[in-house]
Every structure is written in C-alpha cells, then in structure tokens.
Design a protein around this ligand. Structure first.
Ligand SMILES: Cc1cc2nc3c(=O)[nH]c(=O)nc-3n(C[C@H](O)[C@H](O)[C@H](O)COP(=O)(O)OP(=O)(O)OC[C@H]3O[C@@H](n4cnc5c(N)ncnc54)[C@H](O)[C@@H]3O)c2cc1C
Length: 327
C-alpha cells in the first residue's frame, strides 16, 4: 500500500482524454492494491486542473511548473518524474503510451532501475503486482507480462483501453516538486515548436472513432470522402502507409508499425488491404469495419463487420444513411 503515480498529458491547460482514462485504470488497480493515486503534472496549469483530476480519482498532484520543463528534449520530463518517484516512494507509474512518452519512460526505466511495459490494453493485479496484457506481432499473439519483483513498474496504457469515468472526488491537493536539472538534461535544446495540426477533427490517437483510407482510394481526392465520413461521425482521419507514401495524406496520420498506434472504439478502414504492418497500429480497436472490393483481403480476418464492395459506392451510401439518422 502506497502511492501510485499517473503521468498526466495535457493540452491548453486541460488533461487529455487518455490521462483521464489512465485515472480509471489507476482506480481499478488501487481498488486491489489499496494504493492512493497521485497525478504528475509537468508544466503550467496544475492548479486549474486539480478539480478535474480529483473528480477522476487523484488525491494529490505533484507538479513542476518551470520554463525548463519543455525547453530541452525529453530528459527534463524524465527528471521531473524521477523527483516524483523519490518524493512519493511509489513503485508504480502509469502513462499513456505515445511515441513521446515511450521515449520518456525508457529513459526513466534506466534511471530508476525499473521495468517498462508499453501499449498495454488491460491490467490485472496478482499478489499486489501488475500483470499486463498486450497484443504483439500485428495482433496475432496476446502476451501477458509483468515487471520483475521489487522493481518499479512503469506501465504505458494504450488509448481507449479504459473509459473516462468521473467519480466525483474532491479537488486534488497540489505538491510542488523540487527539480534540479542535471547537465545531461540540458544537452539537446528545443529550438522551436510549430503546431502542424490545422484541423478541428480529433487526434487519431485519442479519437473514439477513426476513419482510415488506403491505396484503394486511388487518389488524394478520395480523402475528401474519408473526411466527409469522419465529419458525420465526429471522427479522426487516418491513412495506410501506401496512401501517405503516395502523398495523398500527411505522414503524421499514418497508422501502423511505422506510424501511429490507435485503439478507437470504432475503426472504419476503406481501400486498405490489412497488411500486418498496418494491423500493428489498429488491431486493438474495439470494433473494426472494413470496406474492400476484394473479399479475400486480409483486413476481413480481423474485421467485426466487413462490406465487400467498391468504396465509392459504399461510403457515400453510409454517409447518406448516417446523415439521415442524425436528422
Ligand atoms: C518495415 C515496414 C513498415 C511498414 N509500416 C507500415 C505502417 O506503419 N502502416 C501501413 O499502413 N503500412 C506499413 N507498411 C506497408 C504495408 O506492408 C502495406 O504495403 C500497406 O499497409 C498497404 O497499404 P494499403 O492497404 O492502403 O494498400 P494495398 O495493400 O495496395 O491495398 C489496397 C486495398 O484496396 C482495395 N481496393 C482497391 N480499390 C478499391 C475500391 N474502389 N473499393 C474498395 N476497395 C478497394 C484492394 O482490394 C486492396 O485490398 C510497412 C511495410 C514495411 C516493410
């Protein structure tokens, strides 16, 4: 029994959806381990978020609000987490699995002699330790893994693996962390940050619904159809590598082994064959819908609902039907 830490990712002063999902995971774990939940908030805004974090189960927020937090690449955040671990004496840290946080977690694991498990879709507690489920090899294999006894458990949870649940807790207390950056933390300086996303659509890593298009779209224009479908559903738009390599959609929207890992509640893929490298990025989606004119396409092996047909016939009908139902 002790404290469990939850790294809160935030944007424009508000916790991201994944962070509130992490608090749900933390509460489920804490129900068995008896731990209390402490959030870790790096950067400004912890005071304003304390009520939301409390409402979702955090009792305490460790924060480090410094210009240095994001002035250097990755390591200041590692050192802030290290300070939170030392302060709390926690043996578990949960974080939302993204490319950036995996970088942070790997470095932290070395610093604190901990074990890192990423892209976890489910956690059970056995003898007070976490047993983590994840899908590997493009979803063909499910593994359960745990960190060695006595070592810090640093666990990256996949997006949408847990729901967001408010439990109506009191505003969390705030505790400032004392972080003295090492020289090593100040080696790689961030020179500029430019926001690339000029879209009102949700980020595909967090969206509950993702609409994805592949080579079967035939051209860049096909993505206007994907965007139309996405907008009826309030979804994010993703793409296969064949589509991003062709220049039809920006690379930052690529789903798969060398792109983003997503786990929405609903994934709709059109004109995507379902190569293993694509599946590696989307197979944990809760419901998979595939539209493909080839009934033998491998995507149908993992689809919950498959539509064999020309996407240019099927998708406009789908949009029409959805619009009708929305009234
Ligand atoms: C190291 C490595 C890493 C990779 N990383 C990734 C990655 O991160 N993400 C990724 O996606 N891929 C990745 N790939 C590439 C991957 O192997 C596939 O080549 C790619 O996913 C294929 O994209 P696609 O399904 O859009 O195209 P295709 O495989 O060409 O499939 C197109 C599909 O569209 C269907 N189709 C065609 N016209 C229509 C129509 N009018 N209506 C309906 N269906 C139609 C076809 O039947 C076909 O099934 C990687 C490959 C390697 C080697």
């Amino acid at each position: 029994m002790g404290e469990m830490l939850v790294l809160i990712d935030h944007t424009d002063g508000a916790p991201r959806k994944i962070s509130l999902q992490l608090l749900t995971a933390a509460r489920k774990i804490a129900a068995e381990t008896g731990d209390t939940i402490a959030a870790v908030w790096i950067g400004e805004g912890a005071d304003d978020a304390a009520a939301t974090l409390g409402e979702h189960g955090a009792e305490l927020v460790y924060t480090w609000d410094s210009d240095e937090a994001f002035a250097y690449v990755t390591v200041p955040q590692v050192e802030a987490l290290q300070a939170a671990i030392e302060e709390s004496d926690a043996d578990t840290l949960l974080f939302g699995s993204t490319n950036h946080t995996k970088d942070v977690a790997a470095r932290l694991g070395i610093r604190v002699d901990g074990g890192v498990i990423t892209d976890v879709t489910g956690v059970a507690v056995e003898d007070g330790r976490l047993v983590c489920t994840k899908e590997v090899f493009g979803g063909d294999t499910i593994t359960t893994s745990k960190v060695a006894e006595g070592k810090m458990q640093i666990i990256g949870i996949a997006s949408n693996a847990y729901p967001v649940e408010s439990v109506g807790g009191d505003e969390a207390d705030i505790e400032e962390l004392d972080v003295e950056l090492s020289e090593a933390a100040q080696v790689a300086k961030v020179v500029s940050v430019e926001k690339q996303v000029a879209s009102d659509r949700p980020d595909i890593g967090e969206a509950a619904v993702v609409v994805a298009g592949g080579r079967g779209l035939g051209n860049e224009e096909g993505f206007r159809l994907m965007e139309q479908l996405a907008d009826v559903l309030g979804a994010g738009v993703g793409a296969s590598r064949a589509a991003t390599d062709a220049g039809w959609y920006p690379h930052r929207y690529q789903i798969g082994q060398t792109g983003r890992t997503i786990a929405p509640t609903l994934y709709i893929g059109s004109g995507i064959s379902g190569a293993i490298q694509h599946r590696a990025g989307m197979q944990t989606s809760q419901t998979i819908v595939a539209v493909n004119k080839d009934a033998e396409a491998p995507i149908f092996q993992i689809a919950d609902f498959g539509i064999v047909g020309d996407l240019y016939t099927v998708v406009p009908k789908l949009i029409e039907e959805l619009e009708d139902r929305k009234g």
